[in-house]
Write a new protein. Structure first.
Length: 105
């Protein structure tokens, strides 16, 4: 839980609130090519949910194999994503940012 300097929980300051800046922004979500199960399927709903799901291919396509992932003790998988929040950025600039992210090791 995140608590600010006045002792209030951060979620209490944002839950159910409207943005008041009047500024329009864009959001770009990137998945790194080295990420587990890249390219993953996106889980998007018309009420604002936007998430990536590298595990549920069969939920999106019944012809896809059921994904079963079991990690041995001490083993790991790597999930790499980036969120870019921007004011008025064009597709070319977003593409440049993604290519830079994709080239990172």
């Amino acid at each position: 839980m995140i608590v600010n300097s006045e002792g209030a929980r951060e979620v209490d300051q944002t839950w159910g609130k409207q943005a008041s800046s009047g500024q329009e922004i864009g959001v770009a979500l990137f998945e790194h090519p080295s990420s587990f199960h890249h390219p993953s399927k996106w889980h998007v709903r018309d009420y604002g949910l936007l998430a990536i799901n590298p595990f549920g291919s069969n939920a999106f396509d019944k012809q896809a194999p059921v994904s079963k992932v079991a990690l041995a003790p001490g083993k790991s998988i790597r999930l790499r994503y980036r969120i870019v929040i921007h004011p008025e950025m064009g597709a070319a600039e977003i593409g440049r940012l993604y290519r830079g992210f994709a080239e990172e090791k």
